[in-house]
Design a protein around this ligand. Structure first.
Ligand code: ZN
Length: 185
């Protein structure tokens, strides 16, 4: 049975680390992926990267099928992803399970070329655009220790200052369990 994993929040050290590449996809990787899908769905997210469940691994899960427009789109896993090229740009409002309630407009490329390994160890090269390109870039940033708030204007940061401080102090109560650095799990 998959289990729910507590989500690391802004201020937790692992969110600023570069994730380690995965060399072997073993049963632990598969269990982690299942737990991450389970956790992401309960938290109502559309993407979740391993550092968000306190694992320093280059892996993320994506599921945009909750959105009507993408309901036929199958959930998938990206391992050791690398963006090799990009085009265009768009400004979209983003949020993050690790930074509850904070939202802001982020400018990113509209289209990306991505290389990654799938859950079966197969090397994939693919082009993504629109919302999927957006979610993928957000998750890949997590694997590089980057957060969407790093792109916000000073004005937006100022607006969210109190909230960000509260998140850092873990004085928040999102509708999903959050990781406590003081407990050992
Ligand atoms: Zn995020």
């Amino acid at each position: 049975m998959p289990k729910i994993l507590p989500i690391t929040t802004y201020g937790t050290e692992i969110l600023r680390k570069v994730s380690k590449p995965i060399e072997n996809i073993d049963i632990d990787t598969i269990n982690l992926v299942n737990d991450m899908f389970y956790t992401m769905n309960l938290a109502d997210g559309i993407g979740l990267a391993a550092p968000q469940v306190n694992k320093n691994l280059s892996l993320a899960v994506i599921d945009i099928s909750k959105l009507e427009e993408y309901k036929d789109y199958k959930p998938f896993v990206i391992i050791n992803p690398k963006i090799t090229d990009h085009h265009g740009s768009s400004l979209i409002n983003e949020g993050c399970l690790s930074i509850p309630e904070v939202r802001g407009d982020v400018k990113r490329p509209e289209e990306i070329y991505l290389e990654y390994i799938d859950i079966n160890g197969k090397e994939i090269k693919a082009e993504f655009s629109g919302l999927l390109a957006r979610v993928l870039q957000h998750e890949i940033d997590h694997l590089n220790g980057k957060l969407f708030i790093d792109y916000l204007s000073e004005e937006d940061i100022e607006k969210n200052k109190t909230l960000l401080k509260k998140i850092k102090q873990r004085k928040i109560n999102p509708p999903y369990p959050i990781y406590n650095p003081k407990s050992k799990y």
